[in-house]
Write a protein that binds this ligand. Structure first.
Ligand code: HEC
Ligand code: HEC
Length: 410
């Protein structure tokens, strides 16, 4: 009888454990140990970048930051990025919400945190983050180093309120002491070591190998008629896209960006990027939060702005419905769009700018004329061309790059 009860209890316990494992459905149990290459990947590799991008980058202060990346430290960062152990109950990793095949964004409007609660904003793609001084939708963080521990401690995202608990937990694993020793010469797990490694991995994620990037090198020889037209519309005074989403990173808060010149005859903004002209290099140490600027004809652009999504914003963003001007690189891969993921297609986004801009007391003046809303009123052809151009910003090597992939399922 005793034996029978014991078997029954064991069976119930086993079922309970199995249920625990499968309860979450979508969560694939991670392999126990990361599988890493014998020689670490080269996280400083620039071979896939366009010459034009590389030249601009190398001539900026970013070059020295990039040189600091260490392959063993970035490798540790890669493991940390994909490890669900970084959340308090082993349920989420950074990669749960930043998926490589979606250019490190999430495919749903809001993302599921460690306890199944949803984030209040759309997960952002990770795009040349080392080149921007404005991170998060409300631009509350100004450097990657500052940012990387925040999701770990976030009450919805990963719930790891005590970093001491995390260092103790990682010290007990089979692989972290060894990875820390390789990275820092000591197998002691420290909060700072976690922070630096995550930051280096995120900083190494540079995407600069799109059709657009190649176009910068060969005068857009491979662009078809629609893409060329779209690029023109993108820079036109009518659409104004380029005056906020500034090349070459298509965001207003890039440390490398070009001062657009306005050509009044053709009514287009002209980036002097091609001939190595007037490149603005903004050093965050000199000008914290500075960005945009120099938009001939339109005045300075701030890094966050209100694009009239709603008459009343449920989420005020930085303040008054102002949100970061997000990069448009890899935009084809990062649906749904906007801070709350309200649009599922680029067609809907373009339709917003063309027709649906809402009146708001803090609406960006680019969408106004004489104090009232002036939608862009783009033609069908202009809309289609814009979308064709936006798709030239996709970088397939970036989303397939093994050095950024999940080491727990190689
Ligand atoms: C549960 C989902 C979730 C997890 C887990 C998560 N993030 Fe995020 N991430 C988000 C959301 C949502 C945002 C936008 C938040 C906001 O603006 O308030 C974001 C924003 C970011 C940004 C800002 C990008 C930009 O261009 O401004 C970076 C970088 C980032 N996360 C990196 C990480 C790293 C590194 C980790 C792991 C330590 C991580 N995230 C874990 C959901 C998540
Ligand atoms: C006044 C500055 C400004 C102008 C002009 C502008 N945008 Fe934006 N754009 C933004 C801001 C700010 C957001 C984010 C808004 C939010 O989520 O609340 C955004 C978001 C987007 C997004 C979604 C990005 C994502 O990751 O979710 C796309 C796509 C986009 N814009 C394309 C365009 C196109 C195409 C044009 C020209 C027709 C344009 N933008 C003109 C400021 C601007």
């Amino acid at each position: 009888m005793k034996k029978y009860i014991f078997t029954l209890v064991s069976a119930i316990a086993l079922i309970a454990v199995l249920q625990g494992c499968f309860r979450t459905g979508s969560v694939v149990p991670a392999a126990l140990k990361p599988v890493l290459p014998d020689n670490p990947y080269n996280y400083k590799d620039q071979s896939t970048w366009s010459t034009n991008f590389k030249t601009t980058f190398d001539n900026s202060f970013l070059k020295s930051n990039h040189d600091l990346i260490d392959n063993n430290i970035a490798t540790l960062g890669r493991v940390l990025f994909y490890d669900t152990k970084l959340s308090v109950n082993n349920m989420t990793s950074c990669a749960s919400c930043h998926k490589q095949n979606a250019a490190f964004s999430d495919v749903s409007a809001l993302s599921k945190g460690f306890e199944g609660k949803m984030t209040t904003r759309n997960s952002m793609p990770i795009i040349n983050a080392m080149m921007t001084g404005d991170l998060f939708w409300d631009s509350r963080s100004h450097s990657v180093e500052d940012l990387v521990l925040k999701p770990l401690q976030h009450k919805v995202e990963m719930g790891m309120e005590s970093m001491e608990l995390l260092t103790q937990k990682l010290a007990k694993t089979e692989y972290y002491p060894e990875l820390f020793a390789k990275a820092y010469g000591s197998d002691v797990i420290t909060e700072n070591g976690i922070q630096v490694a995550l930051a280096q991995f995120v900083q190494s994620m540079i995407t600069a190998n799109s059709k657009y990037d190649k176009g910068l090198d060969n005068d857009f020889a491979d662009f078809n008629a629609m893409e060329k037209k779209g690029y023109e519309v993108f820079r036109s005074a009518k659409a104004k896209c380029a005056s906020c989403h500034i090349e070459p990173n298509f965001t207003a808060s890039s440390f490398i960006q070009t001062e657009l010149q306005f050509d009044p005859n053709n009514q287009v903004f002209f980036p002097p990027f091609f001939n190595g002209g007037n490149v603005i290099l903004i050093d965050p140490k000199i000008e914290p939060g500075m960005g945009g600027g120099g938009m001939g004809g339109y005045g300075a652009t701030s890094n966050t702005t209100n694009i009239g999504l709603d008459v009343v914003y449920a989420d005020q963003g930085r303040m008054n419905g102002q949100f970061k001007i997000p990069s448009l690189r890899n935009i084809e891969l990062t649906a749904p769009y906007m801070h709350d993921g309200r649009f599922s297609t680029l067609e809907e986004v373009v339709e917003h700018y063309s027709k649906n801009v809402q009146p708001h007391s803090h609406l960006d003046t680019k969408f106004m004329d004489n104090g009232s809303v002036k939608p862009l009123e783009l033609s069908e052809l202009e809309k289609q061309a814009l979308i064709a151009f936006l798709k030239t910003l996709t970088d397939n090597t970036f989303i397939q790059d093994k050095k950024f992939s999940n080491p727990f399922k190689p």
